[in-house]
Each structure stands twice: as structure tokens, then as C-alpha cells.
Write a protein that binds this ligand. Sequence first.
Ligand code: GLC
Length: 512
Amino acid sequence: MPEWLKNAVFYEIYPQSFQDSNADGVGDFKGIISRLDYIASLGATAIWLNPCFDSPFGDAGYDVSDYLKAAPRYGTNEDLKKLFDEAHSRGIRVLLDLVPGHTSVEHPWFKESLKAERNEFSDRYVWTDSVWKEPAGMASLRGISDRNGSCAVNFFSHQPALNYGFYQPDPAEKWQQPTSAPGPRATLEAMKDVMRFWLGLGADGFRVDMAGSLVKNDPESKGTIALWQEVREFLDKEFPEAAMVSEWGEPDKSLAGGFHMDFLLHFGPSHYNDLFRCEHPYFSPEGKGDASGFIEKYRENYLKTAKKGLICIPSGNHDMDRLARSVKDRDSLKLAFMFLLTMPGAPFIYYGDEIGMRYVEGLTSKEGGFERTGSRSPMQWDKTPNAGFSAAAPGLLYVPIDPADDRPTVAGQEGDPLSLLSEVRRLTALRRSTPELQSEADVEFLSVAKGEYPLCYTRAGRLLVIINPTAKPQEYTHTPIPWEEIYRLGEAIKTDGGRTTVPPMSGGVYRV
Ligand code: GLC
């Protein structure tokens, strides 16, 4: 694992919506460069940039039409290189978003593969051998060219699945190729070239989209794991410092494949939603939440993956509701961040979550966002027009700004020691200066019962974190006993005749 991941804090940037430098209403690389000092001031040490490659933007750039070219609306490859350089000069790494599972229908590879005559790209995608036959269990594109076949799609109908082969090809279905067949091999080599290209230009690694989906008919993911192990070997040889984080949501599999990190996600088995995004989130004053399912799953994953890599818990991302949609008040958000920034793994902060940006309700879908669009609104910098995001006319903005008069802004929170932003900065500073709170130090949960409050866990056996997100005092009944307080939110814990009471909506980190 690259050394820097041991103490990394990531910041996810949706490039469309972060900072527009040329008044076209869409964010861009130069805009991001102009905000790097802000990102550094948050204590973030790395950026995950959502896809920024040429694309018709039917799925916000997750439909790539040229893997080797920056989308002109964000700038040129040179501008992106400048972003790498400027970030590096501030000690910030940049991970690009690799979308290896599918392309846009406009990708030249797909256009070639649509042709009836066999050519170099005929096997680049997962095609059946008859237009009347659809690939079992997958949606497909059919009847759109002279090629007599149906092409599997991975996500939206305009995202044809690249062919990495089948783990268990059905012998009766000749079109299902083994992973070792020339077509799948060529696809993987092409993807390695894409990685080589950007790592060579200065990128520090990749977040990998739908990383667990590449090999088909692969019920236990063995083929996909083997594929990523091959990628790991290639990276170890050519780019040993490249950091890899997967959108997979099953750390036991992804880390076995050689990823350094995997996310817990709003889908899959992690119970992540129980914490922040459900009818009764755990991080809520009402105190009706239940973190036990999350903790159980986390421990299971933690034991299976111990020391192999990192489990990353994001504050949110471009696919899920904003954290502030269900964790509504400032103090609850602070406590949520206390959790996120004192857990092992590498924390990921979704842009704007650090000021409590809200989900913008009622928006028309933009570029395949649908419900996700409300979490993709422009960053709110200050009280100038368009919240400082862009000098374009408001109607031209990629997605409208949160219309609320009291929308949170960076400028509004910057000088306020009680703001969420100030708290997030203090928490990242605490983490970065406290080895026991960093990526690899052990965690042990003490509160594991159903519906139990407060949340308590130790780090490296030397620090104790206690968080009471509820509006009621809660008793701490575990050992070790909190001793020296090194961080506190809200009122101090009270010890009285052997009882330790954690005041409402408070939290602390203690040496034990
Ligand atoms: C991932 C991305 C999501 C995208 C999908 C298809 O889940 O995070 O935004 O739509 O993959 O590429």
C-alpha cells in the first residue's frame, strides 16, 4: 500500500459542479485549481475526481467516448496535468475515475463493433450471436445495426458492456468467451493502456467504477478477482505508487483482487444506510436508530480483510442522497463527521458535505442523474451570484443552485468556530496528528447491541470514541473507562458514583 494512504483524507469532486472558471455554467479544471487551497485547508490529502473524459454525458461522464482525452468542457489534457501538478505542490494526490466496465455507444470501439463484418473490435463488447438472443440476466442493445447479435449493457441502455469474458462460459453458447480468449485479453490490455496513459501524466491512481462487474457469469467473483490481481501485478511493476479504490462494496473480494481500498456503499450488504440514510438513521436526535447491523457487517469485513487494505466509509457521493437530507441539524452532522473521521480506512468527504449542503428537491434530471441530480448541485462558496460557483447567467448552470435563502456557504462558515466546516477541519487535524486514529490502527466496537446508544469503539486499544447522537443522556456501560479527553463535541461526560453519563448530542475521544 502506498505510504500516503496510511494517513489519507479524500475529497470527492464532481467536476461539473465545483467551480466554473469560464462562465459557461459548468465546472472545470481551472476552477478546481483555483480552489485547491480550500481543499488543502480542509485537511484533505487527496481528491477523487468523477469522470472527466470525453463523453456525450448520458450518465454524467460514466459513458466514456474517448478514454485518453479530457472532456473539452473541463479543459484540455494539459489543464488536467496542470491540476495534477498544482495539487502535488500542495501535497494533494489526485485519483481519476476509471470506468472499465462499459463505454458510451459513441465510443469508436463500439461503432466498429456494431459492424456486420468482423474487425478488431468485434469482440470488444459482450455480444450474443443472434439478434433474437439476449444475454441471460442482462439488458441488451439489439437491432441498432447490421450486426446480427445483441450487445449486453451494464447500466443505462447506452452503456454497452466491455468484454472481459465469462468465468463459466456455457459451452452451448459459443458467443460466451472465456477470460483467456483474444477478445477479452485485448480489452484488458486496452484498459491497462488507459491507466498507463493517465498515471504517466501524473495521476496518482483510480477510483474504479463498478469494479466487481467485469467478468460475466462469475457468481463468486473469482474471475473478476483474478483480473484485478493481474492489474495489481502490472501496477506493482510499472506504477507501484498508484492507489486503487474500488466501487465494489465487498471488501473481502476487492482487496483480494489487489485494491488498496473499497467503499461501503448505499447498496450491497454493508448496512451503511442504517447510519445516515433511512427512516430512522442512527445519527439522529430521535434515538430510534440501530447500528448493530452495520457494526456486525463491518466487523465481518474487517476480520476478513485485516491488514490487506482499507474499508472506506464515505460521507456521501454523487449517487446517493446528500448526508444532510436525513441528518438534518448542524450538531448531528458534526457527530456524523466525528464518526467518519475517527474510523479506520480512508475517509471520503463528498464536496459540500463539509458545510452541510442540502439535497436540492424537485430538480429535473440532468445527464442521467434522475434522483441523483439533487446531490449534484453547484458548490456553495459565498453569497455572490450563483453562490460563487459561476459567472454564467443562472439559467445556464449545469444544475440550479440550492434556492434556499439560508443555504450553507463556505464563506458563511469560514470564520465561525461553531460551524460544521470548522468542526470538520478540527477533526481532520486531529486525525492527521493522531496515529491511533489513522487508516490502519485497529478498531474494536464496544456497543454492539440492537438499538444501543451511545456508539463506542476503541482505536489501537489506546483511544476510546464515544458518540451520543440522541437528544437524551445515555449511559456508558463498557470498559475501558474514558480517561483523558483529547477531543469533545457538546457537553463533557459526567461520572457520578460509578455511572458514566454521556450528555445529549455529544461525543468525545479519550485516552484510556
Ligand atoms: C457507478 C457510478 C454511477 C454510474 C454507474 C454506471 O455506480 O458511481 O454514477 O451511473 O456506475 O457507470
